[in-house]
Design a protein around this ligand. Structure first.
Ligand code: 5GP
Ligand code: ZN
Length: 113
């Protein structure tokens, strides 16, 4: 999608600080981090949000969680981490290309705001 920020990052048109990449998935540091570790993990396929997922995307989503687990280990998040996926306007989704926030390195409150 030409007008999608994350599709443009995948295409290399906008630079990002990458931490992981394979044929299906890209992970990069969030530009405005909310924790000492704040990585975004995204599918290379443009999927608007969790609400737009199709059954055929199941393998990609499972793969994203495996990448998250691997990155949490590599980035030293031994004490815990949080994976967040804002979906839709009222949940605060600001980029309409599905992404998983991997957050760690501090204590987190519950419930989230
Ligand atoms: P959302 O608000 O949709 O859950 O998350 C979007 C995230 O993308 C935000 O945490 C925001 O800081 C991040 N973001 C927005 N623009 C850019 C960018 O150009 N580069 C990077 N690395 N992150 C971005
Ligand atoms: Zn996109």
């Amino acid at each position: 999608m030409a007008d999608c920020l994350f599709c443009r990052i995948i295409a290399g048109e906008i630079p990002s600080n990458k931490v992981y990449e394979d044929e299906k998935v890209l992970a990069f540091h969030d530009i405005d981090k909310k924790a000492p570790v704040h990585v975004l993990i995204i599918p290379k396929k443009h999927i608007e949000s969790v609400a737009a997922l199709e059954a055929a995307d199941s393998e990609t989503v499972a793969h994203i969680f495996n990448v998250a687990r691997q990155l949490a280990e590599e980035l030293g998040l031994k004490d815990g981490f949080r994976i967040v996926t804002n979906t839709g306007k009222s949940a605060g989704q600001s980029v309409n290309h599905m992404h998983f926030h991997l957050l760690g390195g501090r204590e987190f409150g519950w419930p989230p705001g």
